[in-house]
Ligand binder design. Sequence first.
Ligand SMILES: C[S@@+](CC[C@H](N)C(=O)[O-])C[C@H]1O[C@@H](n2cnc3c(N)ncnc32)[C@H](O)[C@@H]1O
Length: 207
Amino acid sequence: MTDERAQLVGEGYDAIGERFDEWREQIVGDPRERWFEELASRLYDGARVLDLGCGSGLAETQRLALRFNVTGVDVSASQVRRARANVPAARFVHADFTSLELPPATFEAVCSFYAFNHVPRDLLPTVFERVHGWLRPGGYFLVSLGTEDTPEWTGEWLGTTMFFSGYPPETNRRLLDEAGFTRVLDEVVTFQEPEGEVTFQWVLAQT
Ligand SMILES: C[S@@+](CC[C@H](N)C(=O)[O-])C[C@H]1O[C@@H](n2cnc3c(N)ncnc32)[C@H](O)[C@@H]1O
C-alpha cells in the first residue's frame, strides 16, 4: 500500500517530468559521483544492486547497470516509464519503497540518491530495518539523508507540490545503528542547488 505522502511525492515527480533532470544538471558541488565510486569499488561485477528512488535512471542507475544486476524502484509512474526506456539493462518496479515487500538477503547493495529526504521520518526506523533485511550478510547500504529537523513539510517545489521530511545527522546515525548497520563512511556535505545551499548526510553502511 502506498503511503499518502509517498503518493504525493510520486504525483509531484509525474508532474515535473524531465524538468527534474534538467534542474539536477545545474547543481554545483554535488558529491554523488564520489559516493557512487565508494560503493561501486566495493562490489564485484554482476552484484545485485537495488536503487531506491531511481527516478528516470539517467543518473546512477545507468552507470550501475554497466557492471551490476540492477533493480530500480520509484513511486512515480512516469519516472519508471522513462527509466525503463533509458536503462533497458535494468529492471524497474513502480512502488513505494517504504512498504515494498522483497525476499530477505537478496542484494549485495542497496543505494538511494536523494530519495530518503522525501520519506516521512516516522517511517525511517522501519525502512532502515527493511533495507537491512534485503541485504546479504556484509552487504552495503549507500544513502543520502536530509539533515534538517523537519517532521513534515509540504509545499511548492520546482513548480509542483512536494513533500520533504528528515532528522538531524545524530538521529539518522542512531536509527541506522539501531537497525543493525555498521557505518563505514559518514559525512555531512554542503553544496549549491540552483535555489541556494543545501546539506545532506551521506552514509555508506554495512550489515
Ligand atoms: C530527487 S529524485 C532523485 C532521483 C534519482 N535518484 C537521482 O538522483 O537523480 C527522488 C526520487 O525518489 C522517488 N521517491 C521518493 N520517495 C519514494 C518512495 N517512498 N518510494 C519510491 N520512490 C520514491 C521520487 O519519485 C523521485 O523519483
